[in-house]
Design a protein around this ligand. Structure first.
Ligand SMILES: Cc1cc2nc3c(=O)[nH]c(=O)nc-3n(C[C@H](O)[C@H](O)[C@H](O)COP(=O)(O)O)c2cc1C
Length: 231
């Protein structure tokens, strides 16, 4: 059991926890719990495939906040009509754990065909991806190229680790442990301004209509810090 940390180091931080449809999705529940205990405001966003592995109810119970699963939904009075934009506009960090091969490919292609991918395109906060997949999926040149592309876009990469995989194979593809991801998030958030453009010196949050104009293809994330793939 982890020693309790007296200081809630993520207090007030708004985090989006994206969960892809891999077997490691159950570990995202542990991560959500750790982040919530660290006083972060955690909004879980599950892909349609993630819903095959874990339920929104688990994340809502662990975080105390709505779990988002739909890009298109009817809104209640007072709710934002832009659910594919607003959660990311307010986030200090977006972490995807597990990031599937499929999700990584969608992000590398700049797709926005479902909520999590759309939020990643919208986000101006750091994005940390934690891949988890079969070793052959990870080692495939397509996945390696996609990960490299994400690094060029400024995404941060944590993992995958090598070891025994759920599929029975051994090699690179294990998701980083929730404790490690939690620690990485703490480091990323330490001293981080809560503005959406890291390093911009902007105070407060960027409102729709007041966002900086950016040229097409401009980098929308913090400067690249991802490590080269370990596989
Ligand atoms: C039992 C099972 C386990 C799976 N585990 C993984 C996995 O760990 N990593 C992965 O990239 N894909 C895995 N897949 C395949 C993904 O679920 C599939 O590519 C899906 O389209 C991913 O959707 P998403 O990226 O939108 O979450 C698994 C599929 C099944 C049936």
């Amino acid at each position: 059991m982890d020693a309790p940390d007296a200081r809630p180091r993520l207090e007030g931080k708004r985090l989006i926890l994206g969960v892809g449809g891999g077997i490691a999705a159950y570990k995202a529940c542990d991560l959500a719990s750790r982040l919530a205990k660290d006083k972060a405001q955690v909004t879980a966003v599950l892909t349609a495939s993630a819903l095959k592995f874990v339920t929104p109810y688990a994340f809502e119970a662990l975080t105390g906040r709505p779990c988002l699963t739909e890009q298109f939904k009817r809104i209640a009075p007072g709710e934002s009509p832009y659910p594919h934009i607003d959660p990311a506009a307010e986030a200090d960090l977006l972490v995807i754990a597990p990031a599937t091969a499929n999700l990584i490919a969608r992000l590398a292609a700049g797709m926005a065909d479902e909520l999590l991918a759309a939020l990643c395109l919208t986000a101006r906060c750091p994005i940390l991806i934690c891949p988890a997949m079969n070793v052959q999926m990870w080692e495939h040149p397509a996945t390696q190229r996609n990960v490299k592309t994400l690094g060029q876009y400024g995404y941060r990469l944590l993992g995958p680790a090598s070891g025994n995989l759920a599929c029975g194979m051994t090699g690179a593809g294990r998701m980083a442990e929730p404790a490690e991801i939690h620690e990485q998030i703490r480091k990323l958030m330490e001293g981080a301004p809560t503005a959406n453009f890291p390093g911009s010196g902007a105070k407060g949050r960027v409102k729709r209509g007041k966002q900086r104009k950016r040229g097409r293809g401009g980098k929308n994330q913090a400067p690249p810090k991802s490590e080269p793939p370990s596989a």
